[in-house]
Design a protein. Structure first.
Length: 152
């Protein structure tokens, strides 16, 4: 009985990478002179305290600023969910003849099938404030691929 030794093991992982998000109010008549751009809201408390179930932050701690005034919410003041990714691969090369080789690879992407969410809705005066509505940019489900390469 022949022994087959594993020749290549590749493990790649990203287990952090906190996404940051800015908060703003929706377009309104008091946003600025001749503009419909959103404003930063005023912060009345800690957005990470008393977070309602199913939301990423507490939208009740934000208020629309006075007319023609920019609020005091800092740039990128909210943190989004962590990005978690683990990609693994195994491979083995077999010598067929003196000049030919057969290489087999098995690659796994998002091995733990972790759902990577996008940033939450950051318009604090909308009904969906704090809700996750999208997956992250590279949030793919678990996928595997096999390859067989004949080298001569």
């Amino acid at each position: 009985m022949a022994k087959i030794a594993l020749q290549r093991v590749a493990v790649h992982g990203t287990y952090n990478g906190v996404q940051r998000a800015a908060v703003h109010t929706g377009p309104s008549s008091n946003s600025s002179l001749n503009s419909t751009f959103p404003l930063r809201p005023d912060v009345l408390g800690n957005p990470n305290a008393n977070v309602p179930s199913g939301l990423a932050f507490n939208p009740a701690v934000f208020a629309t600023p006075a007319p023609f005034v920019e609020g005091d919410a800092g740039r990128d003041s909210l943190r989004g969910p962590m990005y978690v990714d683990a990609d693994w691969g195994l491979g083995k090369a077999f010598q067929v003849t003196e000049k030919t080789k057969l290489q087999f690879d098995w690659q796994n992407f998002n091995v733990f099938n972790h759902p990577n969410l996008g940033l939450p809705n950051n318009v604090v005066d909308s009904s969906g404030a704090g809700q996750f509505t999208l997956l992250g940019t590279f949030a793919l489900p678990r996928t595997m691929q096999f390859s067989l390469k004949f080298m001569f």
